[in-house]
Design a protein around this ligand. Sequence first.
Ligand SMILES: Nc1ncnc2c1ncn2[C@@H]1O[C@H](COP(=O)(O)OP(=O)(O)OP(=O)(O)O)[C@@H](O)[C@H]1O
Length: 227
Amino acid sequence: MTAIIDIQQLEFAWPGSAPVVQLEQLQLQPGEHLFIQGPSGSGKSTLLNLIGGVLTGFSGEIKLDGQSLAKLSARQRDRFRADNMGVLFQQFNLLPYLNLVDNVCLPCTLSKQRRAAAVERSGSVKNEAKRLLERLQLPPEQYQNRSVAQLSIGQQQRVAAARALMGAPTLLIADEPTSALDAQARDVFMQLLLEELQQGATTLLLVSHDATLAGYFSRTLSLEGQN
Ligand SMILES: Nc1ncnc2c1ncn2[C@@H]1O[C@H](COP(=O)(O)OP(=O)(O)OP(=O)(O)O)[C@@H](O)[C@H]1O
């Protein structure tokens, strides 16, 4: 079986600084979930950005589903990401002029593969967006006349989660996805996220300061702080 993530001898330094990410090896199989923890500044977001192909200029190798993103052209890299990756970052990047459902449908406008998976699951892309919003406790009929800009931060975070899950990506990368949620909302969110990931056999990489989230994961990677 091809690993979804296969990292060998990875090292990355910002210009003029000591290496911030040094990882001898890391492998994640399809459907595995990894929790990445470490103090502020230990390189958690940098590692996610390297794996997501947003940051280049590293030494060593990062393969996603057998594919080295660094060897692809920018266009091929964008295509690979659109087809295979859901991202849930601290900046939600929701489009304020679109309603909730249309925001959640976005990954399917960029990827035929994701569109096909959504249609297979729910009959249409819109139906799948509505199902995910409903699952994340944002019933679309209740919110249909609202712009995402009129939602609370916790609600926006859940719209972004539904969008990341759309079309069952191979890999979901999440950076502090529960930062805007209280303890109870966080537990409900994690439960739902993991259930949805399981159905799509999606591999998860999740970064958080919140060590209590480790309980949801079978594997943890601890990055050590430099400061
Ligand atoms: N664009 C950049 N240019 C130069 N240095 C950077 C840049 N982004 C991050 N760094 C540095 O890299 C180190 C790791 O940052 P990173 O954001 O990956 O840490 P983190 O573990 O995610 O932190 P936090 O938990 O506070 O979000 C820090 O020392 C930071 O100052």
